[in-house]
Structures are given as structure tokens and as C-alpha cells.
Design a binder for this molecule. Structure first.
Ligand code: NDP
Length: 246
């Protein structure tokens, strides 16, 4: 890439989002990332991104709030130019068997994971279409492909992201815009660190490659998907899961 262009990463303060922000900075992008409230973690991501010579804009922005999302994208574009890449990585879990799931936990996960992804896609799509360029990668999960017990809310939100992304990919393909989905398996981040040891051990047994994945490995896949090397790939759901699908 000759000149730096802007990539937005939601949930860029920690975990997979941070790894993606750092990798895209290494690839030559300037980075705008949002998070919900973790300012210290955001400062650490900023430092890592700047080490690659990238300019960076970050701010707290609840992805579930459409007005905040519009404000975030407007500020980022004003500071760093038009958006070329959008990676939706912000996500939460609120696990419980359905019969015990508080309705608020259902709503929080759908609002953050699914509506949050819609809010960012909706905000950048028109500008992408006008300029006839832009790439979107949305973060799903193998839970969205197979369903996970105790995760009806999370699985539904991720399956929703896949359906939404397929439909959007068809809508924007005539404008040369690509939309793909990455569906990770078990990746070592704060999200999975919080799981009980028994759950972690059971998950490990189901992984043919016999190890958890790293956030950087997911970031490498995102980096490929946003690059011109993936210019003929759109509307796909690509699993990165150590072989769980086998
Ligand atoms: P982490 O919990 O490590 O990080 C989540 C990030 O999302 C943080 O930056 C957090 O900000 C941000 N975030 C959460 N809610 C909001 C919100 N409402 N508005 C803005 N930002 C928000 O998660 P991971 O890195 O593990 O997961 C990243 C994505 O990958 C998620 O979509 C997840 O579902 C998906 N995934 C993860 C897997 C894994 O094994 N880790 C497996 C499959 C999919 P803050 O710190 O301020 O709350």
C-alpha cells in the first residue's frame, strides 16, 4: 500500500480486535478503534498501533447505540480520512441455559453483537458505495454455525451476523465492495479466560489440533481478507478453529 488508508476496528482495545488493529497497522493502515469502557487497554492498543507508524483515533463508543456509532465514524473520518476497511469485532457473552436466561441478557447480546455490527455496516456502507471501494469483515463464531448450549443468545447473534453479511455482500457486490465473515473457534482472550476450567478442558478435547487459537492468528486471516489477495472472495464465512469442523 503506497499511502496509508483508514481501517475501523470495533472492540479494538482488547483480544482479537486489538490483534487486528495492530496487524492492520503493520499492513499500512491508519486505525480508528472503539471500545466500551476500558480506557487503559485502549491506551495500550494505541501504543502498539503507533509502533507501526500508523495514526490512530480511539474513543469509547457503545456499538449498540446507532447515534454514538455515527458520531464515532464521523470523528474518525474527519481526523484520518475516508474509511476503507471495517472490521466488526466488538462482542460480549452472557451465558446461561435458555430456561434460566434473563431476558435482559438475551437483549444485551443481540444488541451488542448483531445490532452493533449492523450499526457500523449501515454507517459506512453508503460512503463505500459512493466511492465504489471498501471491505468489511464481521466477526462471528463457530457458535453461530453449530450453536452452543448455554449460548442461545450468542449463537443467535452470530448466526444473525452471518445472514446479514451474506445479504449485504449481495447488495454491495455491484459496487465492488466485499463483505466476509470470520468464525473463530476457541481463541485465547479475556473472553475465554473467564470460562470455568472444566469448560476450557472440554473445549480443548474437541479441537483436532489440540490447542487453543491465538488472537494474532485470527488477525492474520482478517489481514488476508481485507487485502487485494482476497479480491475474489465475498459473502464467505471462514472458520478458524483448529479443525473443530472436521
Ligand atoms: P474480548 O472480551 O477480549 O474483547 C471484547 C472487545 O469488545 C473489547 O474491546 C470490549 O471493550 C469491546 N466491546 C464489548 N462490548 C462493546 C460495546 N457495547 N461497544 C463497544 N465495544 C464493546 O473479546 P474477544 O477478543 O475474545 O472477541 C472478539 C470477537 O470475536 C467477539 O465478537 C467475539 O464474539 C468473537 N469470538 C471470540 C472467540 C474467542 O474464543 N475469544 C471465539 C469466537 C468468536 P471494553 O473492554 O471496553 O468492554
Amino acid at each position: 500500500m503506497t499511502e496509508r488508508r483508514l481501517a475501523i476496528v470495533t472492540g479494538g482495545s482488547r483480544g482479537i480486535g486489538r490483534a487486528v488493529a495492530v496487524q492492520l497497522a503493520a499492513d499500512g493502515y491508519d486505525i480508528a478503534f472503539c471500545y466500551r469502557s476500558g480506557a487503559d487497554a485502549a491506551a495500550e492498543t494505541e501504543k502498539l498501533v503507533r509502533e507501526h507508524g500508523a495514526q490512530v483515533h480511539h474513543a469509547p463508543c457503545d456499538v449498540a447505540d446507532y447515534d454514538s456509532v455515527q458520531e464515532f465514524v464521523a470523528h474518525a473520518s474527519k481526523e484520518l480520512g475516508p474509511v476503507h476497511v471495517l472490521v466488526n469485532s466488538a462482542g460480549i457473552v452472557r451465558d446461561n441455559p435458555m430456561v434460566l436466561m434473563p431476558v435482559d441478557d438475551w437483549r444485551a447480546v443481540i444488541d451488542t453483537n448483531l445490532s452493533g455490527t449492523f450499526n457500523f455496516c449501515r454507517t459506512v456502507a453508503f460512503s463505500f458505495m459512493k466511492r465504489k471501494e471498501g471491505v468489511i469483515v464481521n466477526m462471528s463464531s463457530i457458535a453461530g454455525v453449530y450453536g452452543n448450549p448455554t449460548q442461545t443468545n450468542y449463537s443467535a447473534s452470530k448466526a444473525g451476523i452471518q445472514g446479514m453479511s451474506a445479504a449485504l455482500a449481495k447488495e454491495v457486490a455491484p459496487y465492488g465492495i466485499r463483505v466476509n465473515v470470520v468464525a473463530p473457534g476457541f481463541i485465547e482472550t479475556d473472553m475465554t479466560e473467564a470460562l470455568p476450567e472444566k469448560v476450557r478442558a472440554t473445549a480443548l478435547k474437541a479441537i483436532p489440533l489440540k490447542r487453543y487459537g491465538g488472537a494474532e492468528e485470527v488477525a492474520d486471516l482478517v489481514s488476508f481478507l481485507v487485502s487485494d489477495k482476497a479480491a475474489y472472495i465475498t459473502g464467505e464465512v471462514i472458520q478458524i478453529d483448529g479443525g473443530v469442523a472436521l
